[in-house]
Design a protein around this ligand. Structure first.
Ligand code: PMP
Length: 301
């Protein structure tokens, strides 16, 4: 039978998004969302938003948002690119940095979207197994042009030693993408690596710590040369006016942000202790979710 669909797309095992339960009485957290609402300034900005502004396209450069993010991170706006969720940035990185005959790598287990994005691009995949207790193993990056490090990692909730990440960046001739979707709940971050190395990009998300998963907003910080390449290939209007508006409103209220993070860390500690008291094995989570195994004879399934 003939088909018009590319073989790699035909063979693709598509990413399965988390279940979207409907109805009342459900606090949806299964894609690691934030249980708290975004800053009240987000609601205020939406109330002020003029529907007529939707007639025209959004700022393709996301100038104001990039300026605020650059201030927050102590870098230039040319070192920041904003995307339709950090997922878009991850896909752009593969398209911008991996040559056709070269590979992309990541740790296993880590974010299950990476293999899907690589398969869509027809790129050879180089998953690198973590140790049995989900700790770092030095990857052999032979023919890889790009390696994703999820820090802290998902689904394990654990941080990697930052010195190992820095050392990997220094030994790697390709681009190291440090996916920091959960980093606001962690102890260490790799932003300084992205601002001091010519081959490190850090990606961040508004979906978890900023309570804005529904707005679809993420960004990358890194050397202006690499960020410029992502700019070159992104869709012109990849971030809607509404998303830019709510992102700016959220960033203008770091106090609410800090309070929500503190509340989630505190709940994480209480929940971890309660589960351990009941005999569960629980990883020392540095994220907004918990990686746990129930005591025998119970099974997680
Ligand atoms: N990276 C990791 C490790 C994630 O778990 C997620 C959320 N599923 C993302 C990136 C994507 O986040 P965003 O909503 O910003 O696209």
């Amino acid at each position: 039978m003939t088909t018009r669909i590319r073989p790699s797309v035909r063979a693709l095992h598509a990413y399965t998004p988390g279940e979207q339960p409907a109805g009342e009485g459900v606090l949806k957290l299964n894609t690691n969302e934030n249980p708290y609402p975004p800053s009240p300034r987000v609601a205020e900005a939406l109330a002020r938003f003029a529907a007529d502004d939707l007639r025209t396209y959004p700022d393709p450069q996301c100038r104001e948002l990039r300026e605020r993010l650059a201030e927050r991170h102590g870098c230039g706006p040319d070192q920041v690119v904003v995307g339709n969720g950090s997922d878009e940035i991850l896909a752009l990185c593969l398209r911008a940095f991996v040559r056709r005959d070269r590979a992309a790598g990541w740790f296993d287990p880590s974010y299950s979207l990476y293999p899907v994005l690589a398969a869509i691009e027809d790129l050879p995949a180089r998953p690198v197994s973590l140790t049995e207790d989900f700790a770092w193993t030095d990857p052999d990056l032979g023919e890889a042009d790009l390696f994703f490090v999820t820090h802290p990692n998902a689904p394990t909730s654990l941080e990697f030693p930052k010195a190992r990440i820095a050392d990997l960046a220094d030994r790697f001739s390709g681009v190291l993408v440090v996916d920091e979707a959960y980093v606001d709940f962690a102890e260490t971050d790799c932003l300084d690596l992205a601002l001091s190395r010519d081959n490190v990009i850090v990606t961040r998300s508004f979906s978890k710590s900023w309570s804005l998963a529904g707005a679809r907003l993420g960004y990358a910080v890194g050397p202006s040369e690499l960020i410029g390449a992502l700019f070159k290939i992104k869709d012109s209007y990849n971030v809607s006016r509404l998303a830019q508006t709510v992102g700016l409103a959220a960033l203008s209220d770091p106090e609410t942000f800090d309070a929500r993070i503190a509340a989630i860390r505190s709940t994480r500690g209480t929940a971890t202790d309660a589960l351990r008291t009941r005999g569960f094995w629980v990883a020392d989570s540095r994220t907004n979710f918990i990686w746990t195994r129930p005591p025998a004879p119970h099974r997680a399934q």
